[in-house]
Design a protein around this ligand. Structure first.
Ligand code: PXL
Length: 272
């Protein structure tokens, strides 16, 4: 069985973060392992997110635990300080496919990220990545191009980010361009591949980014070629968004089980 590791934050509400990663790894029929960098909580009184980073020694011990045996692919998510980024960059095996999800501009986490972390990500971790998966906002920050409002700008940003030493850059169009169809762009160092798909009109899409990145990582562990892994991940996330659920008064999450269990869930009734 393929083993897939995530080094990420915990999203206590279960939509994004390592919860999304582990659920997604499982859906892909792989074995998931996790090192927790931080815990993100949600205040039920007002919906505010709070970040609690774990001590470096504890993160280091977890990374040692995770890599005590062979791992087929690695994903990183929220790495909330430059020291944590340096530690992860130093300790992860360099001969395994690494996906870096640059969690610097997502809902719920964007307020936690400081400029020195972005620099550390660019200089220390991204050069080890086989693939990175920024959303539009993250691509804007990494490329230093400012707000990206067209596909032509996404192409330019992908090429700039590749210059940081990443062979594959996937920029997610998401729902921000305010159209019925969106496009995810993949630059493989030579060619731009387009992955157009419909925008699903729902507010319940928290966790979509983490789930997309986790799906690509699991597919890479299973030796899918990158383009096929991206296509599969898009289908997986589209299903997860289509069956999104309101989880608390503030957010609704994608359902990571939708791609493989969606039909069955329709047949079963919840025993309330
Ligand atoms: O932005 C995605 C994300 C990543 N990691 C953690 C999160 C979230 C969103 O809330 O909590 C830990």
């Amino acid at each position: 069985m393929k083993k897939v590791a995530t080094i990420a934050g915990s999203d206590a509400t279960g939509g994004g973060g390592l919860e999304a990663d582990l659920k997604t790894f499982e859906e892909f029929g792989t074995f998931g392992l996790a090192a927790i960098t931080s815990i993100v909580t949600l205040d039920p009184a007002n919906g505010a997110h709070h970040l609690h980073a774990l001590p470096l020694e504890l993160i280091q011990e977890q990374i040692a635990s995770v890599f005590a045996g062979p791992i087929d692919a690695i994903k990183t998510g929220l790495l909330p300080s430059k020291e944590i980024i340096a530690l992860v960059s130093e300790k992860i095996p360099k001969d395994r496919p690494l996906l870096v999800d640059p969690v610097i501009g997502g809902k719920g986490t964007q307020d936690f990220i400081k400029n020195d972390q972005v620099q550390a990500l660019k200089e220390t971790l991204l050069p080890h990545a086989l693939i990175t998966t920024p959303n539009l906002r993250e691509a804007d920050i990494l490329s230093e191009m400012g707000e990206l409002t067209s596909e032509a700008q996404m192409v330019q940003a992908a090429k700039k980010i590749a210059l940081l030493g990443v062979p594959n850059v996937v920029i997610k169009g998401g729902a921000r361009l305010d159209t019925k169809e969106t496009v995810d762009l993949h630059f493989d160092g030579k060619t731009i591949h387009r992955y157009p798909h419909p925008v699903i009109d729902t507010p319940y899409n928290h966790g979509a980014g983490c789930t997309f990145a986790a799906a690509i990582t699991a597919a890479m562990a299973k030796n899918y070629p990158i383009e096929q892994a991206i296509k599969l991940a898009i289908d997986f996330v589209q299903a997860a968004i289509a069956m999104g659920e309101k989880i608390n008064p503030y957010v609704g999450h994608v359902w990571h089980g939708a791609y493989t269990h969606g039909e069955k869930r329709l047949e079963l009734t919840d025993e309330d």
